[in-house]
Design a protein around this ligand. Structure first.
Ligand code: BES
Ligand code: MN
Ligand code: ZN
Length: 511
């Protein structure tokens, strides 16, 4: 595809939506669309009440007609209501008021934004100052609004010959809840927007096909990112350089492919040089055929998403650079294409990793751990405070958790606890599996130090056990995002997870 020859075009597709705080009576706000909440069974929020009395009971009439009841995420548009300055009022169902937790608030915002953007309103105002979300404050709600607005406005059309018209919504405002500080709401809007853009960056990279999004393409994208942000420096290691470092495990995965593997290192310098960094390591298998242990044909196209861990590292690094987080953070991407071929690694081959450990490759389709282990050893040079790897690692994680959970395993309880909390806060939840020694012996090999598979049972755990052998020198957590990174079926596409979890985790760190 000549369009993508230079590899640098598509990242300019993100929205230029503006976010602001607006106060004033909901009936007098000048906006193309004012969003007002109605709770279950047609109970009007304070803002909906104000609009109702200004508009000769326009809302009450709709509710009495039975057309709208206030179920969570329900929407109803009213055009040119009399007595109201806004051109449109969008009724948004809030469901049961007492059940409005963070998760439901996220759903409600998604539904409201989708309907508002569909209406072609150039400006949208969320008249939601009376909203109370259990366990969250007004700043959280504003941040979530901005994040969901970015995510809602993303559409993949890079490789379609006809581009659909761009979304017409340009500005989004929110009425801050009483008691929230203006400054913190403003900061939260900004951070939410940046996080949303990071999520979209990860989605875009994930969605691009394997013939465009190669290891070299990921490297070019990272280099490009480094040019845009003063805090970022980017280094790309070639196969030759990796061979010199002894990365025989990573290189065994790309051996069968014409595409050169790349180790991409993105450093964010937000604190003093002496301040030890947090490290993210992403699996960047740009296409996973399984190699000689070839995968079955059905649905194999989805293995273009096997670089979603890498994409989440890229999206997160872009976001934290834009936020200017005052900490040092390193993103490492292990990028390779897993192909069969006359030079490909075969089952039974033994490779030597950078750590010196020898690995018997019993299954070439267990390639994610082979690229990650050398990246984990490379991470040692940073004397990191924590290392988190992110990988679409096992089908077993999909079988266990479906699509809602990031599977998490860790060698450090405090790190695990923090990631679980950050998942809750960012609505990008994780659940922990045991990394017990009991499972380690499943990786025994008669011919090498370790085998790359642990048999048919407990696949997510044995994969993490394999990685743990290379992560013994620091606090480490592993996120298996095989289930959460993309959707299949009619809504096939990358989700951008777990960018929000990672941004939340990194924003909590102190230098
Ligand atoms: N990328 C796959 C994991 C995967 C499979 C993610 C399906 C999402 C959906 C990984 O490289 C892989 O093939 N894992 C194997 C490991 C097995 C050979 C031990 C798997 O899970 O089947
Ligand atoms: Mn595989
Ligand atoms: Zn894979």
């Amino acid at each position: 595809m000549s369009l993508h020859g230079s590899g640098l075009e598509p990242m300019e597709l993100f929205s230029s939506m503006k976010y602001s705080i607006k106060t004033g009576s909901p009936s007098k706000i000048s906006s193309d669309c004012v969003v007002a909440l109605v709770w279950n069974k047609g109970t009007l929020s304070d803002e909906a009440k104000a609009i109702d009395s200004a508009s000769n009971k326009a809302i009450s009439k709709i509710i009495r007609s039975g057309d709208f009841s206030g179920k969570l995420g329900e929407t109803q548009l009213i055009h040119n209501p009399a007595g109201v300055t806004a051109k449109r009022v969008l009724l948004l169902g809030g469901g049961e008021r007492r059940k409005l937790d963070g998760k439901n608030a996220g759903k409600l915002l998604q539904a409201g934004l989708k309907a508002a953007m569909k209406s072609k309103a150039a400006s949208v105002h969320f008249a939601t100052s009376s909203i109370e979300v259990s366990g969250r404050d007004g700043a959280w709600f504003a941040g979530r609004l901005a994040q969901e607005a970015e995510v809602c406005s993303y559409k993949y059309n890079e490789t379609k010959s006809k581009k659909p018209p761009a979304i017409t919504t340009r500005t989004i405002s929110v009425a801050p809840s009483s008691g929230s500080r203006r400054k913190s709401v403003e900061l939260s809007l900004k951070r939410g927007m940046i996080t949303g853009k990071g999520v979209n960056r990860a989605r875009q990279l994930g969605n691009l096909p394997g013939n465009i999004c190669t290891p070299s393409y990921l490297a070019a994208q990272a280099t490009d990112l480094g040019k845009k942000h003063g805090s970022l420096t980017v280094k790309v290691l070639t196969e030759k350089q990796m061979a010199r470092l002894g990365m025989g495990s990573l290189l065994s995965v790309s051996a069968g492919s014409i595409e050169e593997a790349k180790l991409i290192v993105i450093e964010h310098k937000g604190a003093k040089v002496a301040s030890k960094p947090h490290v993210l390591v992403g699996k960047g298998v740009t296409f996973d055929t399984g190699g000689i242990s070839l995968k079955p044909g059905g649905g194999m196209d989805e293995m273009k998403f096997d670089m979603c861990g890498a994409a989440s590292v890229m999206g997160t690094m872009a976001a934290i650079a834009e936020m200017k987080l005052p900490v040092n953070i390193v993103g490492i991407i292990a990028a390779a294409e897993n192909m069969p071929g006359s030079k490909a690694t075969k089952p039974g081959d033994i490779v030597t990793s950078m750590s010196g450990k020898t690995i018997e490759v019993l299954n070439t389709d267990a390639e994610g751990r082979l690229v990650l282990c050398d990246a984990l050893t490379y991470a040692e040079r940073y004397k990191p405070r924590s290392v988190i790897d992110i990988a679409t690692l096992t089908g077993a994680a999909v079988a266990t958790f479906g699509s809602h959970v990031n599977a998490m395993l860790s060698n450090d309880d405090a790190l695990a606890k923090s990631l679980l909390e950050c998942g809750e806060e960012s609505l990008d939840r994780a659940w922990q599996l045991p990394l017990w020694d009991d499972y380690q012996s499943l990786l025994n090999s008669n011919f090498a130090d370790i085998a790359n598979i642990g048999g048919p049972r407990a696949g997510t755990i044995t994969a993490a056990c394999f990685l743990s052998r290379f992560a013994g020198k620091y606090k480490w957590a592993h996120l298996d995002i095989a289930g959460s990174a993309w959707n299949s079926g009619a809504a096939k596409g990358a989700t951008g997870r777990p960018v929000s979890l990672l941004v939340e985790y990194l924003s909590r760190q102190k230098s």
